[in-house]
Ligand binder design. Sequence first.
Ligand SMILES: CC(C)(COP(=O)(O)OP(=O)(O)OC[C@H]1O[C@@H](n2cnc3c(N)ncnc32)[C@H](O)[C@@H]1OP(=O)(O)O)[C@@H](O)C(=O)NCCC(=O)NCCSC(=O)/C=C/CCCCCCCCCCCCC(=O)O
Length: 725
Amino acid sequence: MCDKGSMAQYTRVSGFVGLITLQNPPVNALSAAVRQGIVDMVERALSDPIVKSVVICGQNGNFCGGADIKEFGTNMSGPPLVPMIDAIEAANKPVVAAIEGSALGGGLELALGCHYRIAHSKARLGLPEVTLGLLPAAGGTQRLPRLVGVPAALNLITTGRHVTAAQALQLGIVDQVTDHNAVDVAVTFSLSVAGQSLDARRISTYLCPLPSDFDALFEGVMQKVRQSARGAIAPVACVQAVRAAATLPYTKGMEREQELMATLFTSGQARAQQYCFFAQRAVGRWRMPSGARWETSKPRPVHKAAVIGLGTMGRGITVALAQTGLSVVAVETQEKQLMEAKQAVSGMLERGAKRHGVVPTLDRISYSQNIQAIAEVDLVIEAVFEDMALKTEVFQQLSAVCKPGTLLCTNTSALDVDKLASETPNPELVVGMHFFAPAHVMKLLEVVYGPRSSPQAVATAMQLGKKMGKVSVAVGNCRGFVGNRMLMPYLQQAFFLLEEGATPELVDQALEEFGFPMGVFRMSDLSGLDIGWRVRKRDELVEPDMASGKSARIRQGSRYSPLGDLLCEQGRFGQKTGRGWYQYDKPGSRVARSDPWLHSFLVEYRARHGLVPRSIDHQEVLERCLYALINEGFRILEDGIAAGPEDIDVIYVFGYGWPRHRGGPMFYAGMVGLAKVLERLEHYQQAHPDVPYLQPCSLLRRLVAGGSPPIHRWREVIKKHQSQL
Ligand SMILES: CC(C)(COP(=O)(O)OP(=O)(O)OC[C@H]1O[C@@H](n2cnc3c(N)ncnc32)[C@H](O)[C@@H]1OP(=O)(O)O)[C@@H](O)C(=O)NCCC(=O)NCCSC(=O)/C=C/CCCCCCCCCCCCC(=O)O
């Protein structure tokens, strides 16, 4: 017996079991039609006198990815989730969830409404709503603590992390884990419990187990959550909802859950986080200006890779490749450096393996001082010192040594990928793979294509990034690519603000309150002031500090702040030297303390240059630093370096600490209002006519003139704009 008409298929199996299969590919999200299907099919199973038990599963080995996120911005129709799940829990026949693939968000909440849960060993479960700016508002915040206790529920709900089936069993979320077909096991099981009392199986009737140190627990968790949330409201609401489960009867707790959800549901933060979810997936479907994309470009298989240069970046990349399961040849010409790297890489692999309870993959790596060792690899990632002449020499060696067709990638963070490619006989095989430090931890990868990179080379690098678990974004070749190019105006404004009267503490506080994990000066101390200094010297921007006055602060016709150079001349490179924009207890120490020397230095510097300090507030810090960065984002779109605003936003959220609840710089610009961003840029540009970065980009002007369309319509405007430039 079978009903195939709706998005929940009903079949009678084993004579007496009503099997309800959710059918909404690819993840069986709970759209209005699926919810209607479940309501109808559950009613049908319960009213059929032959049916003794019910099993709910998902089509194609995937239980359910939760509520349909695409519905959230629309006028939602169809039966609501809460009464649907309550009706399942109230059923007088046992209902068993057969969980294969994922049970996430509303999917897990549906399973928690069932009387039993059986999971396949490879299934993953979780309540990730917090990552979408929401909370599990289909009873998840009320049922989970009743089932697994308050501490475990708080951990899962406030982080949104997924757990394996084995972990879910240990926590008590599922009743059984199987290596066999979970649906078959659930069907047999459901018959074995048919007719038994269900009183003890309805989670909403459980008393929430209360820890003895209840108040202290919530206080501690709330403090931790507020700190790590960096201004995001959903994690805080999650704690409040779980607290309601611990203190109120179920129905009252549900009222609180719904009340908190109503606030989150319509918030700008939820919109921003849901935008990030889809943006991340959109950038995975990369597209080059030529139109090349997955559908037209087949990646080459990569089994064996090489890393050239085992400094900090090379070591991280080696670890990331080995953890992906590739054979890696790690090459470092300096013997001492090679030995140190070998030890460091082994340590990182061992620690990573311990964390994940697996065996370290040390034997996947062979080390060599000789570049000839890479002759047989499919792909090379060069990670030597950031110097064009050195990289050119390495690329020429690689071309001579590697087998034909080997893909040559550079991990440069700003150098010209096309120039490097032009030094090789096969420029179509050259792309940038710009990892972020630490390379085995950071999720972002910029895949940089030059005008001669072949679509297959880009597809191969994108595919490898995906395999490595990276969020890979294909971008065009320009100085600094997307991320670092946008950082330049941001840093520049921060320096100018110091000249005009701000302190590093004030600027950092404004940016950290906005949601960055670190302000610009703390970040500069962490990464090292000498890096930018080297680049500025190469660009011939650094001059001996003899002159004073305005002319001493002009380079190549534009305003320039030598503050960073002056600190470097004093040996203040940041954390590594124990002094930078802040002071540290000792070199390498991480706790930044305000430095009276720096403040006196700024006073003396301003006086020497005739700069009259003025009071600067947080709003000015944010507007100048962020709008200058955003303005450069528009230029990047105008130049066709990024395919769309989503690419820029994903790069900033995953690589530069831009708060996810603000959606990324381009999304944020849309939220603030493009007209407002333009007006403020014009205002600051008038005040600082010698700063080209503050000159509003013509694409921004065009978008405003066109009525500031929503972000998903920018691509049309960009295309038109580019064709008229
Ligand atoms: C792990 C995954 C499930 C699968 O991963 P993978 O295999 O890698 O595939 P992906 O590339 O990620 O996804 C494939 C495509 O599927 C799309 N997708 C995935 N999940 C969803 C989804 N849940 N909804 C819609 N679409 C989805 C994805 O975008 C891909 O398509 P495309 O390439 O973009 O085209 C992984 O996908 C994953 O992690 N998914 C998300 C899981 C998740 O976060 N689930 C939670 C969803 S939220 C939820 O469940 C909430 C439940 C609570 C109840 C909500 C009730 C709402 C109403 C309340 C209103 C009250 C306020 C009223 C206000 C007022 O008063 O007016």
